[in-house]
Design a binder for this molecule. Structure first.
Ligand code: GDP
Length: 188
């Protein structure tokens, strides 16, 4: 369990407090289990488990262990939004991923039972363009057998060439591994 504290929300990364830490963005389409993951990491409810998915358009900053900021990018992949809203949101995210110098990497969360999609590839392409680190967290691994979730993670890792880690917020699997990976490989 890590010490995780909500810092603040901002509509653009330029509004983040000046006394910033290295940043790690976290993205996942609505219902991917992102709030549950952040709460499991904290060992308490710091992120609202979504009742109204895609409602907020803000970047939410969480301080982790006073070592880095986990920057929650809500709303990604929420197809029901209008074209204009999606466009604005995508521009804000693109601006953040391409221009924020404190940003070290992106954790992309995906329900382990879903297929990898173009939207996920798009986010990864931004990261590759900026030499940002990437890790994929495969959430809700407890829904599959151990042999199955290990096989899914291995196949996706081979396909993408980035670490793909099975996670379960419910069972608290993989959360320390992912946090440790970030601390050791991305923040130092
Ligand atoms: P968000 O929209 O990405 O923030 O997703 P939530 O954290 O709100 O989770 C969406 C749904 O998936 C909720 O019903 C959660 O209870 C469920 N969920 C999240 N994490 C897990 C997990 O590790 N295992 C299982 N079985 N269900 C999960």
């Amino acid at each position: 369990m890590s010490k995780v504290q909500f810092v603040q929300s901002a509509s653009r990364w330029q509004q983040f407090p000046a006394s910033g830490r290295p940043q790690v963005a976290i993205a996942g389409r609505s219902n991917s289990g992102k709030s549950s993951f952040i709460n499991a990491m904290a060992g308490q409810k710091v992120a609202k488990v979504s009742g109204t998915p895609g409602k907020t358009r803000l970047l939410n900053i969480f301080d982790v262990e006073k070592k880095f900021w986990l920057v929650d990018m809500p709303g990604y992949g929420y197809a029901a939004r209008s074209h204009k809203e999606r466009g604005d949101w995508e521009k804000m995210i693109e601006d953040y991923l391409l221009n924020c110098e404190q940003l070290r990497g992106l954790v992309l969360l995906m329900d382990i039972r879903r297929k990898w999609s173009d939207e996920e590839s798009m986010l990864l392409d931004f990261c590759y363009a900026q030499d940002l680190k990437v890790a994929v967290g495969l959430t809700k691994a407890d829904k599959l057998s151990r042999s199955k979730y290990l096989a899914v993670a291995k196949a996706l890792e081979k396909q993408l060439g980035v670490p793909c880690m099975p996670l379960s917020s419910l069972k608290k699997w993989g959360i320390r591994d992912l946090t440790g990976h970030i601390l050791q490989q991305w923040i130092s």
